[in-house]
Design a protein around this ligand. Structure first.
Ligand code: 5GP
Ligand code: ZN
Length: 136
């Protein structure tokens, strides 16, 4: 896509610190990392988000995520690795080219947790949601 910054990075028009590339997927270091090793894994073709990207490409992106996470673990031995993928502004997505974040968490890494904001729904509501979301 014309004015997509990530498409420009994939095409080499904007430099990046690439760590992986194949015919479908591209991965590079985040320019503004949470921590050492923060990596982004992208589809090479432009899709805005999880809703647009074909299932097989999303699956392949996740295969690459697994390999990079293993590599980070081996090299840096963080306390944990947070893997997330934002869809839509309210979910924290700034760049509308589907990408998965791999964020190593070290002893001093500050992380926002939504755990303190979790709810409890009653049985009726849980069953309603279950019915609405059960896949064919
Ligand atoms: P989002 O908020 O869309 O999930 O994540 C976008 C990420 O892209 C941010 O973490 C941001 O730091 C990173 N980013 C934005 N522009 C560039 C860039 O030009 N180069 C690189 N390597 N990362 C970028
Ligand atoms: Zn793009």
């Amino acid at each position: 896509m014309e004015d997509c910054i990530f498409c420009k990075i994939i095409k080499g028009e904007i430099p990046s610190y690439k760590v992986y590339e194949d015919d479908k997927v591209f991965a590079f270091l985040d320019i503004n990392p949470l921590s050492e090793g923060h990596t982004l894994v992208l589809s090479k073709e432009h899709y805005a988000n999880v809703f647009d990207v074909p299932e097989d490409i999303y699956a392949h992106m996740n295969r690459v995520v697994k390999r990079i996470a293993d590599k980070i673990q081996e090299e840096y031995k963080p306390e944990g690795i947070l893997i997330n993928q934002n869809n839509g502004r309210r979910a924290g997505q700034e760049i509308d080219h589907v990408h998965i974040h791999i964020k190593p968490i070290y002893e001093d890494t500050k992380i926002f947790s939504e755990r303190n904001h979790r709810k409890r729904f009653d049985d009726e509501k849980m069953k309603k949601i279950q019915k609405e979301l059960t896949l064919d």
